[in-house]
Design a protein around this ligand. Structure first.
Ligand SMILES: Cc1cc2nc3c(=O)[nH]c(=O)nc-3n(C[C@H](O)[C@H](O)[C@H](O)COP(=O)(O)OP(=O)(O)OC[C@H]3O[C@@H](n4cnc5c(N)ncnc54)[C@H](O)[C@@H]3O)c2cc1C
Length: 420
């Protein structure tokens, strides 16, 4: 490759780790974002890196719960009818893929991506002296009744995890109390996903990775990105909000939920749903009187994770336009449910934080070169697991871009031609 310049657009977890990996592989990398690295979706998430996340939301047992989800009263899932009506293609494509054959392909693909990413996270956290942020004690799915534990979706989850060799342990109420004494006795059963870890500040992890990229000679530019155009001879011009253009040999689009809008500027329609979620921090109790690991209250519809900033409650899904005004109804409802589970202190964060999980119809990201546009690479659509899977995305994309004979994982499930 004669021209080794590459621009990575977007400095969330996906863009930052892609920039780092391409730099490690000898490329001259410029990372561009309108904000400092890791301040959007990659900042406010629950910080869980879990093999259990191979289960997509649109699994085959979704059909059984769909009628109740459509009533739009669930704590964990709400939708804007007008968003769904104007994105019917995406919505039908998403629900239509809740079938066994797609599920088989998606779970295998996501398991590969999560395993590769976890190994890469460990390497990177070590390199940037941030291993102290990593907790290696799993996470917990909590069930308020035995029926909930035996529900078809929960059973499918356990069977799938067993099939992939993911270490889990079912707990009764007493065993749960021994593991997390701070929890009130409102949970009848729990599943401890032992094959998972979590971090105590996702934003700080992205920042540490971005700092390493700059310290190793990478260029970080702050600018609003408007579009890009081919400048001929296989090179690409990036145009910023002031109309200024810069030329690169390669470009990677890693703009998370905003990738759809950016691709639309290029005349390409990407079917993407925005699974918005809110978070709030609460004053934690003393260290020995607080949660030791993240929990997912399956009925309450929230995840609570111990963070540097306090206990972080993050809500489930609000399906809506990417930039529609905030509507944090689920935060109020889930906060009430969480207060039944453990003593939460006062709210600590203003203004409120919201993120958008960018989701493609088959719940798999695109990690590929764009068909018909050599040098233009795509890395977006990481739904609920982009904090975990940025580093694996980076390793696969770099290997493909640099023409490695042996790729670190099967690229086929992530090909762009699925939707383009
Ligand atoms: C509530 C919640 C909880 C979650 N929990 C987890 C979890 O526990 N584990 C997990 O793995 N994942 C989790 N996720 C998902 C995860 O956060 C996302 O999948 C991931 O952060 C996406 O990363 P990204 O780099 O693709 O996007 P982002 O982090 O959103 O990065 C995109 C970047 O592009 C920039 N940008 C966009 N448009 C422009 C433009 N025009 N010009 C310049 N810059 C631009 C933005 O400023 C931003 O920095 C959660 C998400 C939410 C909302």
């Amino acid at each position: 490759m004669t021209d080794n310049t590459v621009a990575v657009l977007g400095a969330g977890m996906v863009g930052v780790t892609t920039a780092l990996e391409l730099q490690r592989r000898g490329m001259r990398v410029t990372l561009m974002d309108r904000r400092a690295p890791g301040l959007e979706t990659s900042y406010g998430n629950a910080g869980v890196i879990a093999r259990s996340s191979l289960m997509p939301f649109n699994h085959p047992k979704l059909w059984g719960t769909l009628p109740s989800l459509l009533r739009n009263q669930s704590t964990g899932f709400r939708y804007s009818p007008s968003f769904v009506a104007s994105n019917l293609g995406w919505a039908l494509g998403f629900v239509g893929r809740a079938r066994q054959s797609v599920f088989e392909e998606t779970t295998a693909a996501l398991d590969d991506l999560i395993r590769l990413s976890t190994a890469e996270h460990r390497r990177l956290l070590g390199e940037v002296n941030a291993l102290h942020r990593l907790r290696d004690n799993g996470w917990l799915f909590l069930y308020r009744s035995a029926q909930a534990f035996d529900a078809p979706g929960a059973q499918l989850g356990r069977e799938t995890m067993a099939r992939f060799g993911i270490a889990t342990q079912a707990l009764n109420a007493g065993e749960l109390r021994d593991l997390e004494p701070v929890l009130q006795p409102v949970f009848a059963k729990a599943l401890w996903i032992r094959d998972s870890c979590s971090v105590n500040s996702p934003g700080a992890v992205v920042k540490a990775y971005a700092d390493a990229f700059v310290a190793r000679g990478g260029q970080l530019q702050t600018c609003e990105l408007r579009t890009l155009r081919s400048s001929g001879e296989g090179r690409w011009q990036i145009v910023d909000g002031h109309g200024n253009a810069q030329e690169f040999g390669r470009v990677v689009i890693a703009l998370g939920p905003w990738s759809q809008k950016f691709m639309a500027e290029l005349g390409v329609d990407i079917p993407m749903g925005f699974e918005r979620g809110y978070h709030m921090h609460y004053a934690p109790g003393s260290a020995e009187n607080s949660l030791q690991r993240p929990i997912y209250d399956t009925a309450g519809g929230y995840v609570l994770s111990p963070m540097e900033q306090g206990l972080r409650l993050s809500t489930g899904v609000e399906l809506n336009r990417c930039d529609a005004p905030m509507k944090p109804v689920q935060l109020d409802i889930t906060e009430a449910a969480a207060r039944q589970a453990l003593p939460l202190g006062q709210r600590l964060e203003h203004p409120l934080w919201m993120g958008r999980r960018p989701t493609l119809p088959d719940s798999r990201p695109v990690i590929d070169e764009m068909p018909g546009r050599p040098g233009l690479w795509l890395a977006f659509g990481h739904q609920h697991i982009g904090f975990s899977t940025g580093p694996g995305t980076a390793a696969l994309l770099a290997a493909m871009m640099l023409g490695d004979k042996q790729l670190p994982m099967n690229p086929h499930p992530f090909r762009a031609s699925r939707f383009l």
